[in-house]
Every structure is written in structure tokens, then in C-alpha cells.
Ligand binder design. Structure first.
Ligand code: IPD
Length: 266
């Protein structure tokens, strides 16, 4: 039986080391994808190629869904890969970007790894096995999200999609929320946001319109830290909408967000 967490961690570390070594000192010319703000750099592609090559070498029959290369292969085991989550931060030399690698077996995420190379932080989780944070030279730290935080004292993370119409509505939601919570952070990487819930750097996270590779590894890490993760109006969490916080705060934040998201694309 493959040690999926160990293999994903080795691969995410290698990609992170390559990116740290090659990242540009200043923003470089990039290509755009779904909108002018949705960018891809040569290093997003190089990172995904490296990750795909390592997965193929270890497990040639597995399927892979990657942000840049799409879906390849088919089978019970599928890897979900974001070669750089937080590409805009990466472009600007801001620290919050990550390599995110998750493994799904029969449709269920069983292993998740988020490597944040600039901070020397490696977040890992296996389903039912808890979540850990490893730093070089230190023993792994078991992660437990913050509990018992009332909404007015909650630090909330969120993110914005790339489509301008969606961003306008997301800004309106933020303007309604900001008076009712401690503060709001937009760090620029969904994987980092989810790991920040797990490590207690923020109390909660919500976002609409993620992609599967943004959510897969960080979502498992957050839920294994004790956070509840779900969608709006009782729906399961999905790329459509995710709310993530310890039980108690989860319900309060969820109930605050529901009327702010009637049937609008926010
Ligand atoms: C984006 C980041 C961002 C989130 C966006 C994602 P990318 O991923 O995670 O924080 O708000 O929704 O698309 O494009 O940098 O891989």
C-alpha cells in the first residue's frame, strides 16, 4: 500500500524547492486565462510538469487533475494538483503561495499536502489520521483549529474569484461582514487560508467559486484539525461554496453568509 502522504510530501517539497530557487525577483510577463487577473507563469507549468513526472514514475496508472494540464488518465486513484496556489502572490514576491497535492481514492480525498516554501511550512493530513505542520529541524506539530471563538471576535479569511462581476459582489459581501467580525484577511491562496484555519492563524474561511485543486488538500487538512467544512444552506462543501471554522463559529458564520448570498453569483 502506497504511503500517499509521504509520496505527496516528497513531491510537493521537490516542486517547492524548484520554485523557491527559480522565482523571479520582480513580476514577469505572464499569460492570462479566464480574465485579465487570472494569470499563469512559466513556473506554474514547470512545477506541474515536475509533479506529474514524479507521480507517473511512482504510480503510472493513477489519474491526475492539475490546474494547468487538466485531467489525464482514469482509475480509482486520482491526484489533485495545484502547482502554485497563489500565483499572483508568487509573481509579486509575496510569501503566501503553496504547492498543493491531494490524493483521492474512489472519489474521497484520503491524503493532502500543502507546502508553503517561503515559510518552510509543510502541512499534511490523512483521512482519519489528523493533520500536522512540519518545519525543518523540528518535530511535527499536531494541528487543532481555534475553538470557542464568538463571531464578533473572529478573524475571517476569504478570497476573490477572477471574474470582475463576481468580484464586485464578493466585495459587497465583505462590506456587510466587516462590521460584525474582528477582521478580514485576503491572503491570496485558498490552500494557505485553509491551513491557516487548521493552525489557528485565522478562525474561519469562506469563499465561493474555488476549483477542485484549490480545495482538495487544504480542505482535508482543515477538517482533520477539527474544523467543520460545508457549503451554504446545508449543502456539502464544494467548489461552489465553502465555509470552514470550528463547530459553533461555523454555524454563526454560515447563518450570517446565507442572506448575503441569496441566489447571486458571489
Ligand atoms: C486562487 C487563490 C486565491 C483564491 C482564488 C484561487 P490560484 O488560486 O487560491 O486565493 O481566492 O479563488 O483561484 O489561481 O492562485 O491557483
Amino acid at each position: 500500500m502506497t504511503d500517499f502522504v509521504g509520496l505527496a510530501a516528497d513531491i510537493a517539497r521537490e516542486a517547492g524547492d524548484m520554485l523557491l530557487a527559480k522565482r523571479p525577483a520582480r513580476p514577469e510577463a505572464v499569460e492570462t486565462k479566464s480574465s485579465q487577473t487570472d494569470v499563469v507563469t512559466a513556473l506554474d507549468r514547470a512545477s506541474e510538469e515536475l509533479i506529474r513526472a514524479r507521480i507517473h514514475a511512482a504510480r503510472p496508472d493513477d489519474a491526475i487533475l492539475g490546474e494547468e494540464g487538466g485531467e489525464t488518465g482514469a482509475g480509482r486513484v486520482r491526484w489533485l494538483v495545484d502547482p502554485i496556489d497563489g500565483t499572483v502572490n508568487f509573481m509579486y514576491g509575496l510569501p503566501d503561495w503553496a504547492v498543493s497535492v491531494a490524493v483521492e481514492v474512489d472519489g474521497e480525498i484520503v491524503a493532502g499536502v500543502v507546502n508553503v516554501p517561503t515559510r518552510g511550512e509543510l502541512f499534511t493530513a490523512s483521512r482519519g489520521g489528523g493533520a500536522d505542520l512540519s518545519r525543518a529541524g523540528a518535530p511535527p506539530e499536531r494541528l487543532a483549529c481555534n475553538t470557542g471563538v464568538p463571531l464578533p471576535q473572529a478573524m475571517i479569511a476569504t478570497g476573490f474569484g477572477y471574474l470582475p462581476e463576481r468580484r464586485v459582489v464578493q466585495g459587497q459581501v465583505v462590506s456587510r461582514l466587516i462590521g460584525q467580525v474582528r477582521d478580514i484577511r485576503r491572503r491570496g491562496s485558498a490552500a494557505v487560508d485553509l491551513c491557516s484555519v487548521a493552525s489557528g492563524q485565522v478562525d474561519a474561511y469562506y469563499e465561493r467559486g474555488l476549483m477542485p485543486w484549490d480545495l482538495a488538500a487544504g480542505g482535508l487538512i482543515a477538517s482533520e484539525s477539527g474544523a467543520r467544512i460545508g457549503g451554504l444552506r446545508g449543502a456539502p462543501h464544494s467548489t461552489e461554496f465553502v465555509v470552514c471554522a470550528a463547530p459553533g463559529l461555523f454555524e454563526d458564520l454560515h447563518d450570517l453568509l446565507v442572506p448575503l448570498h441569496p441566489d447571486r453569483d458571489a
